[in-house]
Design a protein around this ligand. Structure first.
Ligand code: ADP
Length: 451
């Protein structure tokens, strides 16, 4: 399976991206709003100052020089003659040249600086001034400053919030996903060790959430699978057991019929019965052996055995079959390679491999049995130059009842259980089995034991 980005990382990235988006939107909104608000405040301030000054002048009918200079609170306000000449108030060089517009609150730009400007005119002044302009003007730089400081804070705040979000998000998802990791680990263990009795561990402090109910459901499902497998094994075992006696009777009676046959036809029929009964007997013994191994009930005599002796016994048992099929059976045995295993079981596994090599060999082909000790391993190799197995079928040959070519294999008396039995025996003996094969060229099975 292709390894991708974990769900944890994906969630964290999404979460961080969403947070980044939201923080940016919020800060932009705050920035824009604070700019707008301060512009509004400046506008209010300027209008108020101008109105205050104009009201004071109008009410008291005082001389404007005296008036504005004495009222310190009239900030940002200056007074001009109708000709535009500055008379009094806070002089601002930038705004002095701007055209006067009666009662028009506006934004004016002077040398890249922006001002809020508001003008009011007063007529019929006493003394030397017949009319005046009262101008309020305040720079909007404070509002800009506010906007800019919001932008600057964006640059500092975002990375910090993002870091907290990523770390926090990763920690939270990691914690949330830990029950799933537990489920994956248990499923892997079950697959690796073929141990269906294992269950997902559930902590007593586990919270009652979706993941807990998933774990409980999976455990319930495993209970059911285990129970049905147990029933299936029991059925196989019981059925095989029940079949043993009738098959023995058919075999004995078939052999007797062979002896008393009156004609060639009768003999041929009786021999066929014996052949089929022998195959059934082999099938039943293999099924029984498999179910005993599956249920850990197979007797296992662990002894120090020489692999050369095992291969010798197995090859000797197969010489007759090899001769009948015109296949050369060769042994190249290095002695004194000792392993701890059950001799009888290992002999039957090697015999099976040799018999396959012969069965699926061609006339004049060979089966070579070798033992070797290398790189911390002791191994038995059973190699042939027979029909070989296609690449796409190599994984399936270990499955129960699998036969590459069921029609053709019938002629060999095969039932598709041999390699399943071999694999179970090798595992029981603490070894591993592997296969290499090329269609039309041959097959090599290797049994390995760690030293
Ligand atoms: P069977 O009783 O059919 O021989 P096995 O489990 O021993 O059952 O083998 C499964 C299938 O693997 C066989 O049907 C056969 O097609 C293939 N096979 C096993 N050994 C060999 C071999 N040495 N050469 C070619 N094909 C083989």
């Amino acid at each position: 399976m292709k390894k991708g980005v974990s769900v944890k990382t994906r969630i964290t990235i999404w979460y961080a991206a969403l947070m980044l988006f939201m923080i940016t939107v919020v800060l932009l909104l705050v920035g824009t709003l604070s700019y707008r608000l301060s512009i509004d405040n400046i506008k209010k301030d300027v209008t108020l100052q101008v109105t205050k000054v104009s009201e004071s002048i109008a009410k008291r009918q005082l001389d404007v020089f005296h008036m504005v200079d004495s009222e310190k609170e009239f900030k940002n306000v200056s007074i001009y003659e109708t000709s535009g000449k500055y008379i009094a108030g806070q002089y601002n060089y930038d705004v002095a040249g701007i055209e006067f517009k009666e009662g028009y609150l506006r934004k004016e730009k002077v040398d890249n600086k922006e001002y809020i400007v508001y003008d009011v005119s007063l007529r019929h002044q006493r003394g030397e001034h017949s009319g005046i302009w009262i101008r309020g003007a305040e720079s909007v730089s404070t509002a800009m400053l506010l906007g800019r400081s919001a932008a600057a804070s964006l640059l500092i705040i975002i990375p910090i919030i993002l870091l907290i979000t990523v770390l926090g998000g990763y920690y939270i998802t990691k914690k949330a996903f830990s029950p799933i990791n537990n489920i994956i680990k248990t499923a892997d263990d079950i697959a690796l060790q073929s141990d269906i009795t294992r269950r997902i561990e559930i902590s007593p402090n586990a919270k009652a959430d979706e993941l807990l109910s998933l774990s409980l459901t999976l455990n319930k499902m495993l209970d059911k699978i285990e129970a049905s497998l147990r029933n299936e094994k029991r059925f196989t075992q019981d059925a095989s057991h029940e079949l043993r006696t009738p098959i023995s009777v058919i075999l004995a009676q078939g052999e007797y019929l062979c002896e008393i046959a009156q004609s060639d036809k009768e003999k041929e029929l009786a021999e066929d019965i014996v052949l089929k009964a022998k195959r059934m007997s082999t099938l039943v013994s293999r099924l029984l052996l498999l179910s005993r191994i599956d249920q850990n009930r197979q007797k296992f005599n662990s002894e120090r055995i020489d692999l050369a002796v095992v291969c010798d016994i197995a090859a000797d048992g197969m010489r007759e079959l090899a001769k009948a099929r015109k296949v050369k059976l060769i042994t190249e045995l290095e002695e004194n390679i000792i392993v701890s295993a059950d001799e009888a079981l290992l002999v039957s596994a090697v015999s099976n491999l040799i018999s396959n090599g012969i069965k699926y060999g061609k006339e004049g082909s060979y089966v070579l049995v070798r033992t070797a000790s290398l790189e911390g391993f002791s191994e038995i190799t059973v190699e042939d130059n027979g029909i070989g197995i296609a690449k796409e079928n190599l994984d399936k040959i270990w499955e129960r009842f699998y036969r590459v070519d069921s029609v053709r294999n019938d002629d060999y008396g095969s039932c598709g259980l041999g390699l399943s039995v071999v694999k179970s025996i090798v595992r029981l003996c603490g070894g591993e089995i592997s296969v290499k094969s090329e269609l039309g060229k041959g097959t090599a099975f290797k049994i390995r034991f760690k030293n």
